[in-house]
Design a protein. Structure first.
Lengths: 245, 245
DNA sequence: CGAGACGTTGAAGGTCTTCAAAAGCGGTGG
DNA sequence: CCACCGCTTTTGAAGACCTTCAACGTCTCG
């Protein structure tokens, strides 16, 4: 994070060629020409952990790809009930093209580095760059699929299944991000409350389920927010595995 | 339905110009040229009520726009738990472009007429018709937004709020479909069980909530599957209205 | 070290589910 | 036409699961 700031100050934007997420991001399928357009337009942004990047209804001036860190998309209601609708992790795209108003809250869960574009400029690029457009559609369809798989969990799973599902979900995401990574150690930088927002449980229930999963030997907690998966097969089984393929 | 079959046999496909959903469907923004391509490629399909159009994992040979009727996208698990992820109503697009395998079950809730395309042909059209592609992206983004709004309901709403939400949802959809339509009468051709799949409740709980909403004077049931909205304001209020704008 | 946020655990209570029975509705065939 | 069957719906009672309320423990950081 200090590196990035220095880099920005020095005016040396990291090259796309060196980008960690170029093979999974919005730019993954673009031609050299399209990439050069993107490279010219991009601007890095940082958001500190805990910062609300946008409240539902806000204009979102900058859209773009998460490079590092995690953001959460969610909503809340007057009485305080909250629900996380999805997470944005490295490679994911933040913001809706073609509509500047954010439909939901977006919050930086950890520190975030964004490879961003002013939203009007990105919209223009989208129109003149067909492969970028196609990738956008593909990613949106994937997200829709993921959102639907999530519904089964929200609506029909027990508390234990929900927590197991969450762990499997993040484990798979972590692995997808770094294919070489096959560790059983999961970093989960979320408070119990935020986990509850995610799977629609109270933080007390989340806590209880964690202690039971530990007691049953499926997982172990190494440090705050660091989980060791002791029995992945059973964890998957208990998550009601058929979903989110 | 007999009409349609005869029409098909006679080779007289209804013209796009006369189409009821042309202003909301996938073709809504296309140029004359793109429309002519679509018109040449289109083929009508009918599915009877109750028919499973595709099971999760099936190849979906035909994709396209729902012209009349309702389809449900959902999933189920070995133990019988089921969840509906979304409905397809006139104007909605059925099937995922670029991937022939259906990720979820698709079932015809009522009789359906589909303005369809063989999936490879549609994919090709999508590549050469930029406005069609843009519309596809727009519709997918809308669906994603709707799916996320739905999550708040699944995760955080009480049984009563869920049923109220469902009624408001279908009322709004019905009105959007036919702008002139401002009736307080809602046709809801779903069994209690299917409603339960939708909002993640058992059919018994659905039934109980309906009788309470009737008892409280918010709604009335005219006939099987026909609901009169007696107090729309309160129904909206009780649905926890901020969602699905 | 103290304050504040986060986490754990217990007990009580509420909401929804499960199990069960009966009634309503629609279609079919005698 | 009515009796009968299956499917849907309603309603009740019991029970499970999660939440709520409350207290205490733990970690981190000024």
């Amino acid at each position: 994070m200090r590196d990035t700031i220095q880099t920005l100050l020095a005016g040396e934007l990291p090259k796309c060629a060196l980008c960690q997420i170029k093979h999974i991001g919005i730019c993954a399928n673009s031609t050299e020409e399209e990439l050069s357009w993107l490279e010219d337009a991009k601007l890095y942004r940082r958001y500190d952990a805990g910062r609300v990047i946008a409240f539902a209804g806000d204009r979102l001036e900058v859209v773009g790809s998460i490079m590092t860190g995690i953001a959460a998309i969610g909503g809340s209601r007057e009485d305080g009930r909250r629900q996380t609708y999805g997470v944005l992790m490295p490679g994911d795209f933040m913001g809706r093209p073609g509509r500047a108003i954010a439909p939901f809250d977006i919050e930086a869960v950890t520190d975030i580095e964004l490879c961003g574009f002013k939203s009007e400029i990105f919209d223009n690029l989208l129109h003149k760059a067909p492969l970028l457009h196609a990738r956008m559609l593909e990613m949106t369809l994937d997200e829709l699929e993921a959102a639907r798989a999530w519904m089964m969990m929200l609506g029909r799973k027990s508390a234990r299944e929900k927590i197991a599902s969450l762990l499997v979900f993040f484990l798979d995401r972590q692995r997808r991000l770094d294919e070489s990574f096959n560790s059983k150690i999961l970093r989960l930088p979320l408070t119990r409350e935020r986990i509850g927002d995610f799977v629609a449980l109270t933080f007390e229930t989340v806590s209880r389920q964690f202690t039971r999963l530990k007691r049953d030997g499926l997982i172990d907690e190494l440090g705050r927010h660091t989980i060791s998966i002791k029995d992945e097969a059973r964890l998957r089984e208990e998550s009601g595995a058929d979903e989110w393929g």
